[in-house]
Write a new protein. Structure first.
Length: 154
């Protein structure tokens, strides 16, 4: 019996692990299919050019050294918000909260981090995720775009 005890324990553990994994996989595969309705349409709100200008705030000529102090960036940003009221609140926070966030984010980056469209996309998404929490409850930053980008070595 002493020789069989480790084998019995190992077999029971293996069966338990297989059962747990199969239950998790079963739930993950079949719950997504039940939630997804192929006939359900998603509403996409398309804004006209005038409406987009009304909810977009700009930050021009933002200058900052990178982590490698031999490089300087000059950038312009466009921030699209969800409403005119949010834009007004955002403009009030631009100098006191948004610029420092951008400043700290760019200060931790190198010239290689900002290379190409992947680098710009990464910066835009990072700023979107860092700026949204500072906005008042229920207000949202929809999109961050880099409208001008110059990086130069000093």
């Amino acid at each position: 019996m002493k020789k069989m005890l480790p084998w019995i324990v190992t077999t029971l553990l293996a069966i338990t692990l297989i059962a747990i994994v199969s239950i998790i996989l079963f739930k993950s595969f079949f719950s997504e299919a039940a939630d997804a309705d192929p006939n359900k349409t998603i509403e996409v709100k398309h804004l006209s050019a005038t409406e987009r200008v009304e909810v977009t705030s700009e930050l021009k000529d933002f200058k900052r050294n990178l982590l490698d102090t031999d490089y300087v960036v000059v950038m312009n940003f466009a921030f699209q918000l969800d409403s005119k009221k949010t834009k007004e609140d955002f403009d009030k926070l631009l100098d006191i909260e948004v610029k420092p966030i951008i400043n700290r984010t760019i200060a931790d980056m190198t010239a290689d981090d900002l290379k190409g469209s992947k680098g710009e996309d990464m910066l835009e998404s990072k700023l979107l995720n860092l700026i949204n929490p500072i906005l008042p409850e229920g207000k949202k930053l929809v999109k961050v775009e880099i409208t001008n980008f110059i990086i130069t070595q000093i």
